[in-house]
Design a protein around this ligand. Structure first.
Ligand SMILES: Cc1cc2nc3c(=O)[nH]c(=O)nc-3n(C[C@H](O)[C@H](O)[C@H](O)COP(=O)(O)OP(=O)(O)OC[C@H]3O[C@@H](n4cnc5c(N)ncnc54)[C@H](O)[C@@H]3O)c2cc1C
Length: 399
């Protein structure tokens, strides 16, 4: 069996992995980025919405190549759809700003990694981790274009997405409960009525524990998707029925045609107890860094990838890749960056998923009438207090 040696092995060439590989290579490390699929970024499994504010942090220049549409903001509809909350892109969160061509975006990020000197193997899944006699991970077996090879590395970065095996193989517990998994299905639809300047979100019993989204890609074309919490589904097929029912009730969507269908899942959980072990760090979805309220995870994947690359450099420079070192130099920084917001949004998600349609109608009605200067739980509650004071009791614990 052929054996290869690297400083850093990154498993998975999604946004998290490519970002990690790019910044590790820039530091002069010998980096290998492996991807199980033959075509990085394809097939797309994404709503393709991203906000803009985080792009400078990971040095991504917006490119015509991967921007399908730029939106002004988001509209959030309650179940009766009588009104909506309008949010500017700056306030709307992780998924509002650009609607991207995700396959081109992922390839673009991988190309940035390559240009910094990372080596990339496509059609090369990691099939297991290699451990030393003490059980520490020291590499991975990889099916490189069909041939099984060994890749040894000082640091292994697991960037293998929601279904991550690297975490499990390395005995990092990133298990997610059913109530914190949202099952998704999405159609690319053409010939529909839409306002291409806004991403639309629909809340309530149309999508229990989740929402319906319409993310416009062009003047009559959009990603129309739904996420439903797994614990609210009687069977996995039911999620399609929810989406079909929604489309049926909306003539502007019903008149269109479906040209693509994707399925997938996102985690909407709090951060796991740990996202590192000796020689191993997890980034992006494999570290459960998705925003629990929006289900968006591209930005957090890229940012965590960059932090992991910096930690890999520090670790290799100091000759210390122990769990404790990686906790201090990677996990702690990731927690500082994401944990508070993630926890707050997890609570808000839990709360939202328990509200009746009637309460949601009142909530949105109250909020839609005020000019929101910031999206804080307090500012939202102040708005509700003015119109439906009896509702505020239900939300006080969020404060
Ligand atoms: C239906 C749906 C809609 C979504 N919409 C949005 C959205 O609009 N905006 C947003 O921000 N987020 C969205 N997300 C979430 C977003 O897609 C993820 O958060 C993001 O892709 C995380 O990036 P990542 O690099 O961590 O993982 P991924 O993008 O999942 O990349 C993991 C990569 O690892 C590869 N891989 C897996 N196993 C192996 C292996 N053993 N060996 C080698 N390679 C492997 C995979 O093929 C994949 O390329 C959506 C998710 C779903 C399911």
């Amino acid at each position: 069996m052929k054996t290869y040696n690297y400083d850093v092995l990154v498993i998975g060439a999604g946004p998290g992995g490519s970002s990690a590989a790019r910044f590790a290579a820039r530091k002069g490390l010998k980096v290998l980025l492996i991807e199980k699929r033959p075509d990085i970024g394809s097939p797309v499994r994404c709503g393709e919405g991203i906000s803009k504010n985080w792009l400078p942090e990971v040095e991504i220049e917006p490119q015509k190549l991967w921007i399908a549409n730029e939106v002004e903001g988001a509209r959030i509809y309650p179940p009766d759809e009588k009104t909506f909350i309008k949010l500017s892109a700056a306030k709307a969160g992780n998924e509002v700003g650009y609607i991207i061509e995700r396959d081109k975006f992922d390839k673009y990020l991988a190309a940035l990694a390559a240009r910094e000197g990372a080596e990339i193997w496509v059609k090369s899944p990691a099939i297991s981790l290699i451990k030393d006699k003490d059980g520490k991970v020291i590499g991975a077996k990889v099916r490189k274009m069909g041939e099984i090879v060994e890749v040894m590395a000082k640091i292994i970065i697991g960037a293998d997405g929601f279904e991550s095996q690297v975490g499990r193989w390395a005995k990092i517990n990133t298990m997610v409960k059913d109530r914190d998994i949202v099952s998704c299905i999405e159609y690319r639809m053409v010939g529909i009525d839409l306002n291409k300047d806004f991403t639309d979100f629909y809340l309530g019993s149309c999508a229990p524990g989740g929402y319906v989204w319409v993310f416009p890609k062009g003047k009559d074309e959009a990603n129309v998707g739904i996420g439903v919490a797994l614990n609210k589904l009687k069977n996995p097929g039911e999620v399609k029925k929810y989406l079909d029912d929604f489309i049926e009730k909306h003539p502007g969507l019903k008149k269109g045609q479906i040209i693509n269908l994707i399925t997938g899942a996102v985690s909407t959980c709090q951060m796991p107890q740990s996202i590192v072990t000796d020689n191993v760090m997890l980034v992006g979805d494999s570290a459960r860094l998705i925003d629990p309220i929006t289900g968006g995870g591209i930005s957090n994947a890229c940012i965590s990838g960059k932090i992991a690359a910096e930690a890999a450099y520090e670790s290799i420079k100091s000759g210390n890749s122990s769990k404790e070192f990686l906790k201090e130099h990677y996990e702690k920084k990731v927690r500082e960056k994401f944990e508070r917001k993630n926890l707050r949004n997890w609570f808000a998600k839990e709360k939202l998923s328990m509200l009746s349609d009637e309460t949601l109608n009142k909530l949105v009605d109250a909020i839609s009438e005020v000019e929101l200067t910031s999206i804080s739980v307090k500012s939202l509650l102040d708005a509700v207090q003015k119109k439906y004071p009896e509702l505020v009791k239900e939300f006080e614990d969020l404060l």
